[in-house]
Design a protein around this ligand. Structure first.
Ligand code: UDP
Length: 237
């Protein structure tokens, strides 16, 4: 399947049309952005790492009953995916408090949450991706009540599967963001990516951060950390 014209360029990926109107090619970029793109950078090979990591995790989730947009991975940094209309929500699940949650509610960084906290953010850069509740979603016609139930349940299932998978790999899944889309038949599919750009991973023994916080906080060795995450995912022991 060959790339045709560029349909959309986001911060981390480009989407291209293909000869099949129901399929797109998603190309993972090396660019890194943080704080609503106020901080920008690039790491050669980061796109390929995220493509591999996301492919492995989407395959794991598919095996466990989660429907995704992934058809197949066709090169180091490209996936063939089903065309979906993205629901403009960032669905965040948190197991350990860090990042914006600690600042907004003055919760101590690293607090293990008594239950997995699900949050919805409106994907709107101009508004700074505000936190929404279900009624805001209905008010703005972002998703119906039934669709919200589906995507919240899917996000919680994804958390259960990934949390246990990463625990076996010596990583705490601190939090993550997922996005969903609707295919031509109205099915809600996990879309976008799951990678160290969209998740936080802390080493279980040392609490070392192995995710985009290394870029956000200027810790360095971003690519080394992403390589470590991929190595642990691929490690079958
Ligand atoms: N996240 C993301 N994209 C965003 C905002 C957040 O992928 O635009 C992810 C982030 O990597 C983390 C989780 O969602 O795993 C929760 O992020 P948080 O709300 O704490 O935001 P931040 O501290 O990054 O502003």
């Amino acid at each position: 399947m060959k790339k045709k014209e560029l349909l959309y360029e986001g911060k981390g990926k480009r989407l291209f049309k293909t000869a099949d109107e129901n399929l797109l090619i998603s190309e993972f970029k090396d660019d890194l952005t943080a704080f609503n793109a106020q901080k920008k950078g690039s790491e050669k090979g980061k796109g390929a790492l995220n493509c591999k990591i996301s492919t492995e995790l989407f395959k794991l989730l598919e095996k466990n009953g989660i429907k995704t947009h992934l058809v197949e991975t066709i090169s180091d940094n490209e996936q063939l995916v089903k065309k979906v209309d993205i629901i403009p929500l960032e669905v965040v699940v948190r197991n350990i408090a860090t990042g914006s949650l600690t600042k907004r509610l003055n919760i101590k960084d690293g607090t293990v949450l008594p239950f997995s906290l699900l949050e919805l953010y409106f994907k709107d850069d101009d508004l700074g991706d505000p936190l929404l509740n279900d009624e805001h979603c209905t008010l703005l016609n972002i998703a119906s009540k039934d669709e919200l139930e589906v995507l919240k349940n899917e996000a919680k299932k994804i958390n259960t599967i990934l949390k246990s998978f990463f625990k076996d790999k010596g990583l705490n899944l601190v939090d993550f963001k997922v996005e969903f889309g609707k295919d031509k038949d109205g099915n809600i599919l996990l879309s976008d990516e799951i990678s160290p750009d969209s998740c936080r991973f802390w080493d279980i023994n040392t609490n070392e951060k192995l995710d985009k916080d290394r870029f956000r906080e200027g810790i360095g060795n971003v690519k080394v950390a992403y390589e470590e995450v991929l190595a642990r995912i691929l490690d079958n022991n």
